[in-house]
Design a protein around this ligand. Structure first.
Ligand SMILES: [Zn+2]
Length: 181
């Protein structure tokens, strides 16, 4: 596990250019969140970019609006990217997934099967659970597991922006669902 002065954690040595790019994208996603929430989305947004910085897909959580427990932001965005690129195997494209909060246990599986090569996330699951009450599921040492499969992970990127989005979501009385009841 690698860590920098700002508290960013990663499963490989932190590259400052890569981190700066991820920070800009994730802060951009946090800024767009309010508009998505107004339209009925859950408070999580993801985007997939190719190695040339081209946006391939971007999608929010639509569990409540579409009555589907699988429709987390990461899953929706992966589905969209596969449709756009017309493939079930994204590994040939060297794609990166950026997401406003740490992926839950379902999305970790979804990311593995998709062939995504790098994951950059904002707020860690523990803080998401503390602020909202969403259940993120049990997660083994996934940084190591992803490293073994050659998938880069950077986390805790611009967490303050994510916290503000989630506090607003809860304060405005939006739905928080908990599968464990
Ligand atoms: Zn998820």
């Amino acid at each position: 596990m690698f860590k920098n002065d700002e508290g960013v954690i990663a499963n490989k040595e932190i590259d400052s250019l890569e981190l700066e790019k991820a920070k800009q994208i994730i802060i951009g996603l946090q800024k767009q969140m309010a508009e998505y929430i107004k339209n009925g989305s859950g408070p999580f947004l993801a985007a997939i970019y190719d190695e040339n910085g081209k946006l391939i897909a971007q999608n929010a959580n639509s569990v409540v609006s579409e009555n589907c427990s699988h429709n987390h932001a990461e899953m929706n965005t992966i589905k969209e990217a596969e449709k756009v690129l017309n493939t079930y195997d994204l590994s040939q494209y060297n794609l990166s997934l950026y997401v406003t909060s740490e992926p839950c246990m379902m999305c970790l599986g979804g990311i593995l099967w998709s062939g995504i090569k790098a994951v950059y996330y904002g707020l860690p699951s523990k803080r998401v659970e503390e602020i909202t009450g969403f259940d993120e599921g049990f997660k083994p040492k996934w940084f190591d597991a992803f490293q073994k499969r050659g998938i880069t992970v950077y986390g805790n990127i611009a967490p303050m922006e994510a916290e503000q989005v989630l506090y607003n979501y809860v304060e405005n009385g939006h739905i928080v669902y908990k599968p464990e009841r």
